[in-house]
Design a binder for this molecule. Structure first.
Ligand SMILES: Nc1ncnc2c1ncn2[C@@H]1O[C@H](COP(=O)(O)OP(=O)(O)O)[C@@H](O)[C@H]1O
Ligand SMILES: [Mg+2]
Length: 244
């Protein structure tokens, strides 16, 4: 039960759905306090990889260790230390924004005041009394993020957190994620926006067809391959134009 070393250690993960090998032998490590991105086009296997790492899905093969502990089979002690951005469909039925986040907070033994403060952090105080099915897409996205962060987890997992947000909301979310990371939390996000990854992430894993093609700091990858952008890096690695 070592609690030192990497925040996340992933080794040889594989997952198949019918004929589709969604994740095909994925290995990587994330250091404590790192801001780590999993990049790749639609269908690359980002979401499946994240779900395997989080312990939400059982791998066919391979292991993921979070804070030194295996994430599968599910470990309640670990769940309290990680935050997973839930999809909007995972909200409790017919609750207001404040009731949603207070419910999540209660599950973790977090005081209601902290839940209300978190609602403010994501700019939803004025929507506290709005039911979840009446929130806009961006508001629901921010509420799901607030729910994932309410217990101040050491590891934060976000699956395409800025998809569907307008440019201002995107920038606000980037600022919030930078603050959380600066406060020492480890962040792993998936994105198909390469500009976002370049801006936020210390290191990225570039995925395609279920495999990690390359890992590195965005600037280092660009320099190593002698190109101008992460799109160019993708083109060099796959021989295909990047289409998010
Ligand atoms: N529940 C599922 N059942 C069958 N196929 C799936 C399922 N989830 C994902 N896939 C397939 O697995 C591959 C990887 O998907 P996914 O992990 O969602 O990639 P990404 O998040 O990068 O878009 C895709 O070909 C996708 O169609
Ligand atoms: Mg996905």
């Amino acid at each position: 039960m070592s609690d030192t070393g990497a925040a996340i250690a992933v080794e040889g993960l594989r997952k198949r759905y019918g004929d589709v090998q969604a994740v095909d032998g994925v290995t990587f490590e994330v250091g404590r306090g790192e801001f780590y991105g999993i990049l790749g086009p639609n269908g690359a296997g980002k979401t499946t990889t994240l779900e395997l790492v989080e312990g939400l899905r059982e791998p066919d093969e391979g292991t993921a260790r979070l804070l030194g502990r295996p994430s599968w089979p599910r470990d309640p002690a670990l769940l309290a230390r990680i935050g997973v951005q839930l999809q909007t469909s995972a909200f409790f039925d017919k609750l207001t924004a404040r009731e949603q986040i207070r419910t999540f907070a209660a599950l973790y033994g977090v005081p209601a005041a902290r839940a209300d403060a978190m609602l403010g952090t994501v700019g939803l105080t004025d929507k506290a009394h709005v039911r979840d099915d009446k929130l806009s897409g961006g508001q629901a996205q921010r509420l799901s993020l607030a729910c994932a962060l309410v217990h101040d987890p050491e590891l934060v997992f976000l699956d395409e957190p800025t998809t569907g947000l307008d440019p201002q909301a995107r920038r606000n979310l980037w600022d919030l994620l930078r603050e959380i990371n600066a406060a020492g939390r480890t962040i792993v996000l998936t994105t198909h926006y390469l500009d976002e990854a370049e801006l936020l992430c210390d290191r990225v894993a570039i995925m395609d067809a279920g495999r990690v093609l390359r890992v590195g700091a965005p600037a280092a990858l660009i320099r190593e391959l002698g190109v101008a952008t992460l799109e160019d890096v993708f083109l060099r690695l796959t021989g295909r134009e990047y289409r998010g």
